[in-house]
Design a protein around this ligand. Structure first.
Ligand SMILES: *Cc1c(COP(=O)(O)O)cnc(C)c1O
Length: 366
C-alpha cells in the first residue's frame, strides 16, 4: 500500500491532554482545562432543549443543505441563502476550500504562526504553502501581498489570530483587498469574531459587499459553546459558495448540530453575556500579568498568549502536575510562551495562583 506522497510526512493532529487522562496520570481529583478555547459557560439552554426535541429523529438523515439554518444565518447577516455554507466545524470548511481551490503546485499564503489546518489541508492537495512571519504577533499583510503570484489561489487571514490573539483592522484588510489580484480568494477566518470588542475589528460583511473574492469563516464551537457538535459556516459570494458545495459531503452536518445552532443563533443574550465575561476575564489576566511582570500579545479572542520568560515545556509540565492544562508554546514555536484560554473568574484565579507558584518554584530552572 502506498498513500499519496504529499501526506506521508504529515503529523497526526495532537489534541491537548484530556482532563480524565491528567487526573489519572497525576492522581488528581480537580483538573482545569484552559487549553482549547472552549466556552467555560457551556452553551445556550435553548440549544440543549433543541437537542432534546431532536432525539425523536435519530433514524432520519439530516437535511443535507441545512436549509432552515441557512435561511436563519442569511437573514441574521443580511445575505442571500446561496451565500452561506455549513461544515462539520469551520475546520471542514477549510478542508473543503482546499479541496475546491487548491491543486498540485498551486500556491497559498498564510502567516508563519497561525491556525495549522490551512497548511495541513493545503499540503494534502499538494499545494505550495508560502509562510509570512508575524510582526509583533500580528499578520503582516503588506508582506503577504508581496508574495502573491499568478499561482496564488488562497490567502488565509486568521483574525483574531490563533495562537497570538492579535487582530488586523478593517482599514488594513481593506487596503489589502484593494491591492490584491482578484483571482486570489481571501479567507477571513473569524472563529472568534463574537468575542472582539475592538471598534477597528473588520466588518467582514461590508468587505464581502465590496470584494467578491472574500469568504468569512465562522463557527458555533467557540462563543456558542457547541464544539462537540461540529458545526461552522462560511459566508461568501454565491459563486464561491457553489464551488465549495460541489465538494461537500451530502450529509456533512448532523440534525443535532443544525438544531442546536439554530436555537443558539436566537440567543443573543447568551452570546452577549459570554462576550462580557470574557472581557472581564481578559482584563483580570492582563492586570495580573502586568503585576507579575510578564508580557503578552494584545488579546482579542477568548485566549491570550503570555511570555513566561522560561522554557514553555517546563512551565507547561509543572502546571499540568497542579491540574492546570494550558497550551504550551513549545508546541506552537513560541518557546517561552503559553496560550491560555480565558476561563471563569475562579479558573482564571487558579491559573494565576498556579502560574506564580510554578514560576517561583525551585523545580523549574531558568
Ligand atoms: C477553533 C478554530 C476553528 C475551527 O473550529 P471548529 O470547531 O472546526 O469550527 C477555526 N479557526 C480557528 C482559528 C480556530 O481557532
Amino acid at each position: 500500500m502506498q498513500p499519496k506522497k504529499n501526506i506521508v510526512h504529515l503529523p497526526v493532529y495532537q489534541p491537548g491532554k484530556p482532563i480524565e487522562e491528567v487526573k489519572r496520570e497525576f492522581g488528581l481529583t480537580e483538573v482545569t482545562k484552559l487549553a482549547s478555547n472552549e466556552n467555560p459557560y457551556g452553551c445556550s439552554p435553548k440549544a440543549k432543549e433543541a437537542i432534546q426535541a431532536e432525539m425523536e429523529n435519530l433514524s432520519l438523515y439530516p437535511d443535507g443543505g441545512a436549509v432552515v439554518l441557512t435561511n436563519a444565518v442569511a437573514a441574521k447577516f443580511g445575505v442571500a441563502p446561496d451565500q452561506v455554507i455549513f461544515g462539520a466545524g469551520s475546520d471542514e470548511i477549510i478542508l473543503m476550500l482546499a479541496r475546491a481551490f487548491l491543486s498540485s503546485g498551486d500556491e497559498n499564503i498564510m502567516a508563519t504562526h497561525t491556525f495549522p489546518q490551512y497548511k495541513h489541508n493545503a499540503e494534502i492537495e499538494g499545494a505550495v504553502t508560502i509562510e509570512v512571519p508575524l510582526v509583533n504577533g500580528k499578520h503582516d499583510l503588506p508582506s503577504m501581498l508581496e508574495k502573491v503570484t499568478e499561482r496564488t489561489k488562497i490567502v488565509w487571514i486568521c483574525n483574531p489570530n490563533n495562537p497570538t490573539g492579535t487582530i488586523v483592522t478593517h482599514a488594513e484588510v481593506k487596503d489589502f483587498m484593494k491591492k490584491v489580484a482578484p483571482h486570489v480568494l481571501v479567507v477571513l477566518d473569524e472563529a472568534y469574531v463574537e468575542y472582539s470588542t475592538d471598534p477597528e475589528f473588520p466588518d467582514g460583511l461590508q468587505l464581502l459587499k465590496e470584494y467578491p473574492n472574500v469568504i468569512l469563516l465562522r463557527t458555533f464551537s467557540k462563543i456558542y459553546g457547541l464544539a462537540s457538535l461540529r458545526i461552522g459556516y462560511g459566508i461568501g459570494r454565491s459563486e464561491v459558495i457553489r464551488s465549495i458545495n460541489q465538494v461537500r459531503e451530502p450529509f456533512n452536518t448532523t440534525r443535532f448540530a443544525q438544531a442546536a445552532a439554530l436555537a443558539s443563533l436566537e440567543d443573543d443574550e447568551f452570546v452577549a453575556s459570554c462576550r462580557e465575561a470574557n472581557r472581564v476575564g481578559l482584563n483580570y489576566l492582563t492586570s495580573q500579568f502586568d503585576r507579575i511582570g510578564l508580557s503578552y500579545f494584545p488579546a482579542n479572542g477568548n485566549f491570550i498568549m503570555v511570555d513566561v520568560g522560561k522554557p514553555a515545556a517546563d512551565i507547561f509540565n509543572a502546571l499540568l502536575r497542579k491540574g492546570m492544562i494550558v497550551r504550551g508554546g513549545h508546541a506552537l514555536d513560541f518557546p517561552t510562551s503559553l496560550r491560555v484560554t480565558v476561563g471563569s473568574q475562579e479558573q482564571n484565579e487558579k491559573f494565576i495562583r498556579d502560574l506564580e507558584e510554578v514560576l517561583s518554584g525551585a523545580a523549574v530552572q531558568a
